[in-house]
Design a protein. Structure first.
Length: 84
């Protein structure tokens, strides 16, 4: 996948995950970073369980990246709460 496809996938997945977990968006940059990291995490986890990871810019990859981004967001909030 190209860099532009990763950015688009990350933005979509990060936005969806932040709406699911927070019910509000986290901002454009945070959603983008969260989505790209989530795509890597989701792809890794899905391949560990025997499913295909991120395969391109399609609905399945958005699902994988969104699951990964939701996991990353939950972990991020757990760490951020501990600091306060």
């Amino acid at each position: 996948m190209s860099i532009l496809a990763w950015i688009v996938l990350g933005l979509i997945a990060g936005f969806i995950a932040s709406k699911i977990v927070n019910r509000t968006g986290s901002g454009l940059v945070m959603d983008l970073l969260l989505g790209v990291v989530g795509a890597f995490v989701g792809g890794y986890l899905f391949t560990r369980f025997g499913a295909a990871g991120v395969t391109g810019l399609n609905l399945y990859s958005i699902l994988v990246a969104t699951v990964g981004a939701a996991i990353v967001l939950v972990v991020y909030h757990a760490i951020a709460r501990r600091r306060v």
